[in-house]
Design a protein around this ligand. Structure first.
Ligand code: NAD
Length: 293
């Protein structure tokens, strides 16, 4: 079993590190927040002195941080101390450019690296059922696979450096757009006197079928597990959806890709956040579309 460094023990990183401990790895963690450190200790994670000290001692270092600037800051500390052969895996959701810079920092010291963002949320992190989308060299991916399998159930190699982040933001752009589409259809149905269940029964087996409707229905009733049934407690918070849609827009502008619906979705989620609803589940955007204050 490997010695695994884990930097960023928050809502996602905490339970992911705990699953690595359960799988028998020796996990040395680090975070800036005392509560995150205490929770990780209780789950069997040893706390390291600093990211650099962890990098010097670990076979593999995983980062799970808020954004690109945090990842590049930490990579600036850990890459120079990583041994040739150390594997650096960044599971944070960050912009594609920063992901590629992180790979370059790792390569500069002979360390192998992967960008491996996740989907599945806090529930998936706790249950060990995350999906990992990885970008990097094939041999780095093969080394990472058994470690990622302790935290997830689907592990996909998407291509070279940054391809994992590209897959993540493309997927979440589809999700943001499709959720708004489903919400608009329910709001129109309400105005036309069509019941939620009737629209669901038709569209869930027709050409309007999609995950936002059948797995995460934004109105209470048809899908009992969806956040609509618990007053839009997340789930996946609207603030995180906005973060991912902004990353998609940044990437689209850089790459010259036309994404008019992605841009509209980003604007609508920005409005939801500005109205103080960033902590609600992203499917709660239906309340804003109805004009509920
Ligand atoms: P979080 O804010 O709960 O955790 C981030 C942790 O990083 C915090 O505990 C913070 O103290 C720590 N941190 C920040 N800078 C640090 C540094 N320099 N050194 C050490 N620790 C540092 O966030 P989260 O919900 O765990 O999300 C982490 C990443 O996962 C984000 O990129 C997010 O977009 C992505 N993500 C989150 C979800 C979700 O549902 N929460 C789902 C998929 C992906």
């Amino acid at each position: 079993m490997a010695v695994i460094g884990f930097i960023g023990l928050g809502n996602m990183g905490g339970p992911m590190a705990a699953n690595l401990v359960k799988a028998g790895h020796q996990v040395v963690g680090y975070d800036l927040v005392p509560a995150a450190i205490e929770a990780a200790k209780a789950a069997g994670v040893t706390i390291g002195e600093s990211p650099a000290a962890i990098a010097a001692a670990a076979d593999v270092v995983i980062t799970m941080l808020p954004g690109g600037k945090h990842v590049l800051g930490v990579y600036g500390d850990i890459a120079p101390l990583a041994r040739p052969g150390t594997l650096l895996i960044d599971c944070s959701t960050i912009d594609v450019d920063s992901a590629r810079k992180a790979h370059a920092l790792a390569a500069g010291t002979g360390a192998a690296s992967l960008d491996a963002p996740v989907s599945g949320g806090v529930g998936g992190a706790a249950a060990g059922t995350l999906t990992f989308m990885a970008g990097g060299e094939a041999d780095a991916f093969e080394r990472a696979r058994p470690i990622l399998e302790a935290m997830g159930k689907k592990i996909v190699h998407c291509g070279g450096a940054g391809a994992g982040q590209a897959a993540k933001i493309c997927n979440n752009m589809i999700l943001g757009i499709s959720m708004i589409g489903v919400c608009e259809a329910f709001v129109l149905a309400e105005k036309l006197g069509l019941s939620h269940q009737a629209l669901f029964d038709v569209s869930s087996t027709s050409s309007g079928q999609c995950w936002s409707l059948t797995s995460y229905c934004p109105v209470p009733g048809p899908v009992p597990a969806s956040p609509a049934n618990r007053d839009y407690q997340p789930g996946f918070a609207a603030a995180l959806m906005l973060k991912d849609l902004k990353l998609a827009q940044e990437a689209a502008q850089g790459a010259g890709a036309p994404t008019p619906l992605g841009a509209a979705a980003a604007q609508l989620y920005a409005l939801m956040n500005a109205q103080g609803e960033g902590g609600a589940d992203f499917s709660g955007i239906i309340r804003m579309l109805r004009g509920e204050g």
